[in-house]
Design a protein around this ligand. Structure first.
Ligand SMILES: C[S@@+](CC[C@H](N)C(=O)[O-])C[C@H]1O[C@@H](n2cnc3c(N)ncnc32)[C@H](O)[C@@H]1O
Length: 259
């Protein structure tokens, strides 16, 4: 059964919406976002650049002729959602959005007006359930390539919940020629000041920062699209590069093909 929205607790989806200048957030989310911004003022810029990576990866997948997208930890609908970007290139592209935040379900209703787009309130930590869900099964043919997006979500999965196993299980299910796109907050190049501040914050939803090496391991067994390779999000689509920051809180990212 779908869960209800708790307005007393900050949600990562609504905090991210706030960082992207969206309107679907509450005071509790803005307050929590400011705690993050105080520790790492560049988090807002990181959110914008991350979103650009998502758009660029969608365009890339669609340009290869991939027509099916599974967007896990999709976030609140914003400008340029995956189905809109993909359908500009491949008009009959189908997209299944998945998020575990009930606020996202509420706002996703508008997306469901598109017959090729579906939404599931689900947890990325149970990939078998997402794949078996009738919405997924009706929109995605797993004998054909699928673009699987885990964009800015795996850092919400603690080591104890086996993030590598989750990615492995998803990749196992998709056909050769499928794509995996990941971005993930990294400890790489983080200043000790920011790192220490983040560690001191009692965030409502803790971030699991990982090194570039740890994040790269998610692509083991796959062919990284190179160039641009495994890079910081601002480098994945160089034409959209934003100015570098002296005290970065960055995301590492990549897109890979299943051989
Ligand atoms: C930072 S936002 C990223 C949104 C979008 N993928 C993007 O990059 O623009 C992270 C999203 O992941 C969702 N999320 C966090 N943990 C999740 C989980 N275990 N299962 C599904 N979604 C999750 C949050 O609710 C939030 O909407």
């Amino acid at each position: 059964m779908a869960s209800t929205i708790d307005r007393t607790k900050p949600s990562p989806a609504r905090m991210y919406d706030y960082m992207l200048d969206g309107k679907e957030n509450f005071e509790v989310d803005r307050k929590q976002a400011h705690i993050v911004l105080e520790a790492a003022p560049e988090a807002k810029q990181a959110a914008v650049v991350n979103r650009r990576f998502l758009v660029a990866a969608t365009q890339y997948a669609a340009s290869l002729g991939v027509k099916q997208f599974l967007d896990l930890g999709s976030g609140l609908p914003t400008q340029d959602n995956v189905h809109q970007v993909a359908q500009r290139v491949v008009p009959d592209a189908s997209v299944v959005y998945v998020d575990n935040d009930p606020s996202v379900r509420l706002h996703a209703q508008s997306l469901l007006n598109d017959p090729r787009t579906g939404y599931i309130e689900g947890d990325v930590m149970t990939p078998a359930e997402i794949i078996a869900n009738p919405v997924t099964q009706s929109l995605i043919d797993f004998s054909k390539p699928v673009a699987v997006f885990l964009v800015a979500v795996l850092h919400f999965v603690p080591d104890g919940n086996d993030p590598y196993g989750i990615v492995h299980d998803l990749v196992e299910q998709v056909a050769p020629g499928s794509l995996l796109a990941i971005s993930h907050v990294t400890t790489d190049e983080i200043s000790p000041v920011v790192s220490e501040r983040i560690a001191r914050q009692q965030l409502a939803v803790p971030l699991n920062l990982r090194s570039g090496e740890q994040i790269r391991r998610f692509f083991d067994g796959l062919d990284l699209v190179d160039p641009p390779g495994f890079v910081f999000t601002e480098q994945w689509a160089p034409d959209q590069k934003l100015p570098a920051d002296d005290s970065p809180l960055k995301l590492r990212c990549g897109v890979a093909l299943k051989p």
